[in-house]
Design a protein around this ligand. Structure first.
Ligand SMILES: C=C(O[C@H]1C=CC=C(C(=O)O)[C@@H]1O)C(=O)O
Length: 409
């Protein structure tokens, strides 16, 4: 099932220090890009030394870990840098729904990394010749409804509210999609560049056509330490600094949003407790202010008990109640019943893992699946018993703005 492209067996993986690239994304050649960039640091990559379609099912993360064990285990690694992200890495995108096809892992041929004042280049096998053709913007973009029209989605939200009030569940996250068609083929490098400039505090990512800038860090794994930024509860930016503060204060004081956030934090605590020797979860959220919205945010930190890799942690955490709901199993049923769409990689884990098991994975939000001239955009909202369908639709529009601006420039 894996495809190894033109590399000698066993492959030689070489990591060498390089001069600081000013802009990681600007170094991407004309090839499907892989990226994970936050505040100018991270990894960009291209080429495919190995690629696999991860079979759907409950054991998919285990399957992925075993595949990676074989691929990394076969490699001769010559790593002069020794930091998380040096040596061989795999990028991955997993579907939200464990039973949906579309999860993928790719070991790129070339990786350029930058972290804490150091930069490095990793090559797998012979370094390919890269074509540095400039990226062309997609031109005019028109939008159409995805699976549900706006009124149909509001109706789905109203039905979810009824289910919650009837006691079937406490919270569910409902999403919708929009279809964008551009004048020209969409070069993901244009979107990555615009996203990283506009949302430097988010994680700008690209993997197998899924491109976005997510504010939500599912897990960062460095040695035994893990960190997660849990988000749920949203309001808008004010027109003035005072208006901004008033919006933030109202979000902080809103029982509906605090409850929505508490569900997400509880799901993360529950998932991480069995894996961790120590775990610190803040008593109160903080505000994360982004250019389009403000979120309630909780930074969770822990120390792993026994050598779990970042994928083991991802497997335990996904789906958190920031994208599924409470209780998880019922929320997944309700999502299938009411959304009527396959989320694909949206709201699934996206990120990278190295041969030590370190890595960074986000929840794929504020993103689109790109194919030729078309992009399928996704946005969702946490629905509670007190949710108003019209306000939830407005919130989803604010979340769509991230990818709309990336497409339109
Ligand atoms: C599901 C999404 O956002 C989640 C993350 C932050 C805030 C959320 C909310 O307030 O509804 C969602 O739980 C999305 O952006 O599509």
């Amino acid at each position: 099932m894996s495809v190894a492209l033109g590399i000698t067996r066993p492959p030689l993986v070489r990591t060498v220090p390089v001069h600081h690239p000013e802009d990681l994304i600007a170094r991407l050649p004309q090839a499907p890009p892989y990226a994970w960039v936050h505040q100018g640091e991270g990894l960009v990559a291209w080429g495919e030394a190995a690629r696999v379609a991860v079979p759907p099912g409950a054991g998919r993360f285990d399957w992925a870990r075993r595949w990676l064990g074989t691929v990394f285990g076969e490699a001769h690694i010559d790593d002069d840098v020794h930091v998380p992200g040096s040596g061989p890495v795999a990028f991955g995108s997993f579907t939200f729904d464990p039973d949906a096809a579309g999860s993928v892992l790719v070991v790129p041929r070339v990786v350029l990394g930058r972290r804490n004042g150091r930069a490095w280049l990793t090559t797998v096998g012979e370094a390919p010749i890269d074509l540095m053709a400039p990226a062309t913007p997609p031109g005019r973009v028109v939008y159409g409804d995805g699976t549900l029209t706006a009124p149909e989605w509001q109706h789905a939200v109203a039905r979810a509210v009824k289910e919650i009030r009837s006691g079937r569940l406490e919270k569910v996250v409902l999403a919708r999609d929009l279809v964008a068609t551009a004048e020209r083929d969409i070069d993901p490098r244009v979107l990555l560049d615009r996203l990283a400039r506009a949302y430097p505090d988010c994680y700008t990512f690209s993997c197998a056509g899924l491109v976005g800038a997510t504010p939500e860090l599912l897990v960062r794994h460095t040695g035994e330490s893990i960190e997660s930024l849990v988000l749920a509860g949203t309001t808008y930016r004010g027109a003035t600094p005072a208006g901004d503060r008033a919006q933030g204060a109202a979000l902080f004081a809103s029982p509906k949003d605090r409850h929505e956030h508490a569900c997400a934090v509880a799901s993360v605590r529950e998932a991480l407790t069995p894996l961790c020797a120590t775990l610190s979860v803040p008593d109160e959220p903080e505000l994360l202010v982004l250019p389009n919205v403000q979120h309630l945010a909780s930074r969770v930190r822990g120390r792993l008990a026994d050598g779990a890799s970042v994928l083991d942690v991802v497997a335990a955490m996904h789906p958190t109640a920031a994208v599924g709901g409470t209780p998880t199993a019922v929320a997944l049923e309700v999502i299938r019943e009411l959304e009527g769409m396959d989320r694909g990689g949206y709201a699934g884990p996206v990120g990278w893992i190295d041969a030590r098991g370190d890595g960074e994975w986000g929840i794929a939000l504020r993103c689109a699946q790109i194919e030729g001239r078309r992009a399928r955009l996704f946005a969702g909202c946490g629905i509670m018993g007190g949710s108003d369908p019209e306000s939830e639709l407005t919130e989803a529009q604010a979340k769509f703005r991230v990818m709309r601006q990336a497409l339109e420039g």
